[in-house]
Design a protein around this ligand. Structure first.
Ligand SMILES: [Zn+2]
Ligand SMILES: [Zn+2]
Length: 269
């Protein structure tokens, strides 16, 4: 059971259930001490099943801030957002960076409305994916790299390009001191999938974490929760941990994301 979770969604994104307060109440009952909301960032083009609508941004901010106050004696609540690095949306992303306590990077597409990271099948795609993550970190946009291995969702086989990508992400993580997430969300919830070289979860992917363990990158478990009831089960988290079993990963369960986020945010004044 985790007592800290920085990766939390709400029904605002269109593919989760439950209001903010339901997540807070469930998290308290499940024994969490720290809860960070990281709703999928809103962009100007409506995307009702993937992202929160732009019109709800202020309401999201207000709601999380008021819950933070209301439940302050029971749980530490923080306002965050899960963003993508899209250079053509930089003005909006900068605003989110300024107005939230922290940001996590979930690079779900290579470009705004472009190729989905769930559909990458070539070494060139992986390179482009790692390039985006590097740019995001270099610009101080994020404080954690969510599901770094989402790029392997459709990737057919663990080849040299996969290992090279893991090496690059490890290097980025160390250079910018940004942790990589061990994600307990839809990758493990989907179950084992048969790839060209055998069955595995779409993510997390052990080959990535072998490299992350070798370099002792900071690894933070994240529930990537889309249903408040999932606070009451360890089933998905256990699966994620099974993927990295036996590896000497540098796992930090009670990671403080807020202190480094404050420093990075200074560049966005
Ligand atoms: Zn989601
Ligand atoms: Zn997420």
């Amino acid at each position: 059971m985790l007592t800290t979770n920085w990766h939390t969604h709400t029904k605002r994104c269109g593919h989760a259930v439950g209001e903010e307060e339901e997540y807070v109440v469930s998290a308290i009952h499940a024994g969490l001490k720290t809860l960070g909301f990281s709703e999928h960032a809103a962009y100007p083009v409506p995307d009702p099943t993937e992202h929160m609508p732009v019109e709800e941004i202020n309401e999201y901010f207000r709601t999380v801030r008021s819950l933070k106050e209301k439940y302050k004696d029971q749980i530490d609540i923080h306002l965050g957002m899960e963003v993508e690095y899209y250079p053509d949306q930089w003005e909006l992303l900068s605003r989110y960076r300024k107005e939230t306590d922290y940001c996590i990077l979930g690079q779900h597409s290579l470009t705004f409305r472009g190729k989905s990271s769930y559909r990458l099948k070539t070494p060139e795609h992986l390179k482009e994916y790692a390039d985006k993550i590097e740019e995001a970190c270099r610009h101080g946009l994020c404080d954690m790299i969510a599901h770094p291995d989402v790029a392997l969702y459709s990737y057919p086989v663990i080849d040299d390009a996969v290992i090279y990508t893991a090496e690059r992400l490890a290097e980025i993580s160390l250079r910018y001191d940004i942790p990589l997430e061990l994600n307990a969300g839809s990758g493990v919830q989907r179950g084992l999938v048969l790839y060209d070289d055998g069955p595995r979860y779409p993510y997390p992917v052990r080959a990535f974490f072998e490299v992350f363990a070798k370099h002792q990158c900071k690894i933070v478990p994240g529930l990537d929760i889309h249903d408040p009831n999932n606070f009451f089960t360890d089933k998905w988290l256990d699966r994620a941990f099974e993927v990295v079993e036996g590896l000497s990963c540098n796992i930090i369960e009670d990671y403080d994301i807020i202190t480094p986020a404050k420093k990075r945010k200074q560049y966005f004044r």
